[in-house]
Write a protein of this length. Structure first.
Length: 431
């Protein structure tokens, strides 16, 4: 026979001793799990939150912008340029992604490429801005005999003996980085007439919302377009808490269904190992996100569930090989069967995990926003899922098998009588 002309990833007949090192890897998993809990507690103590939740979980504002050029058409946005602009403006926790929809222009349907901006802020009025605007207002208009000047949300309520026109207040607000809303005709009639009983003027000055602030930030780096807010809505903290609870429930339900599937697919010996390895993988991904303070969004939860599915796939393949070899290699101990089974699937495991890891790594390097977030979770997940399917699921299966499914027939089944158990093995005579 002539030699083959291709290379093996691993030489044929490789026999790595995995079972002999199982205890080491089990202790490593315990140590990493404890480390994850410690990082979460440190984050809670130092940063006020266990993880870096996005507006999906802690609330905030989501805005959709369109970009119109000077000719009245639509322009394509540059998310990278927008992220840089928000970073320079000191905006933290911003997530920028592209979106497209159809609209009518000149009687024809056109595809509009817009931008979704998510921010943890609810209001354009930040505490330092509010204080500066109020202080400057009181200094500027102290001659108007001010009786009261307090913020109520995004509006400044002022009571004074003398009127203060909206146009005079605009430069004061502008100095604090705020843009005042013009009064409507009804508001002009209401705010420029003194109360008949007290003789005071009760005036309200509103500031433009966060949408206008972000429009101005984007227009500075994109002077050739007009930024228009298409949609703006807030996500409350209660809604975020519910989403977080639903995400946790989804993970728990997934683990339960995985155990149920494996109990029917194989037998009950295999289910605990797969469940523990799946939980371990989810905890490790959470630990890395907590350690690096990477944002956790609903996309992260989707990635986490994907990692769990990948982990179960790897574990099932390993268990399937063990079950096959248990039937073929009845003369060997269970430890040897596990070693043989892992070695037989090792090349396939390396190829699969390397392919998935390389694909998601490219997404992680060149992607941005939610894509990068998903890819990062998958990068971590592929590593820990490959590890746990070998060094966590198999040891738990081995421990359960040796504790409850091995030993003399009497201990295992309770069916053999003492007399039969003591009878020597003698080959029956041929009839």
């Amino acid at each position: 026979m002539s030699e083959h002309k291709f290379r093996y990833l691993l030489p044929p007949g490789t026999h790595f001793q995995f079972v002999a090192k199982f205890k080491v890897w089990i202790w490593l998993s315990i140590f990493l799990t404890i480390g994850t809990v410690a990082v979460l507690l440190v984050n809670k103590s130092a940063r006020g939150e266990y993880m870096n939740w996005t507006i999906d979980f802690r609330g905030g504002t989501e805005l959709i912008f369109a970009f119109k050029d000077k000719q009245g058409g639509y322009a394509a946005p540059d998310p990278a340029q927008a992220r840089e602009a928000f970073a320079k403006a000191g905006e933290e926790g911003i997530d920028v992604s592209e979106i497209s929809w159809t609209d009518e222009a000149s009687g024809q349907e056109v595809t509009v490429r817009g931008m979704v901006v998510r921010t943890p802020r609810f209001s354009a009025l930040q505490p330092e801005m509010a204080k500066k605007a109020l202080d400057d207002f009181q200094v500027k208009f102290k001659d108007r005999e001010l009786d009261k000047a307090t913020w109520s949300g995004d509006r400044l309520n002022v009571r004074s003996k003398k009127p203060i026109p909206n146009a005079e207040v605009a430069p004061v607000f502008q100095g604090a980085g705020l843009e005042i809303k013009p009064w409507s005709e009804q508001e002009i009639k209401l705010y420029t007439v003194a109360d008949q009983g007290t003789g005071e003027y009760n005036q309200w000055y509103g500031v433009r919302g966060i949408d206008r602030q972000y429009e101005q930030i984007l227009e500075k780096v994109m002077p050739a377009v007009d930024v228009v807010t298409v949609q703006s809505y807030g996500v409350g903290a209660k809604a975020g808490d519910k989403l977080r609870d639903d995400a946790i429930k989804a993970i728990i339900y997934a683990i339960f269904l995985i155990m149920l599937y494996l109990a029917f697919r194989f037998d009950i010996r295999y289910a605990p190992g797969a469940a523990f390895s799946t939980i371990h993988d989810a905890v490790m991904v959470i630990g890395v996100f907590a350690l690096t303070w990477t944002e956790v969004s609903l996309t992260t939860v989707a990635a986490l569930l994907t990692v769990m599915g990948y982990s179960v796939n790897e574990t099932v393949i390993g268990f399937d090989r063990i079950r096959e070899n248990e039937a073929k290699l009845k003369d060997k101990k269970i430890e040897r069967i596990i070693d043989i089974s892992i070695n037989e699937r090792l090349t396939r495991t390396i190829m699969t995990s390397s392919t998935v890891f390389a694909t998601t790594l490219v997404m992680n390097i060149f992607g941005a926003g939610l894509v990068k977030n998903f890819a990062f979770a998958m990068n971590v997940g592929v590593i820990v899922a490959t590890y746990s399917s070998i060094f966590l699921a198999a040891p738990i299966f081995l421990w359960i098998t040796k504790k409850w499914y091995s030993g003399p027939p009497k201990a295992r089944r309770g069916m053999t009588t003492p007399a039969v158990a003591m009878k020597p093995d003698v080959e029956p005579e041929a009839e």
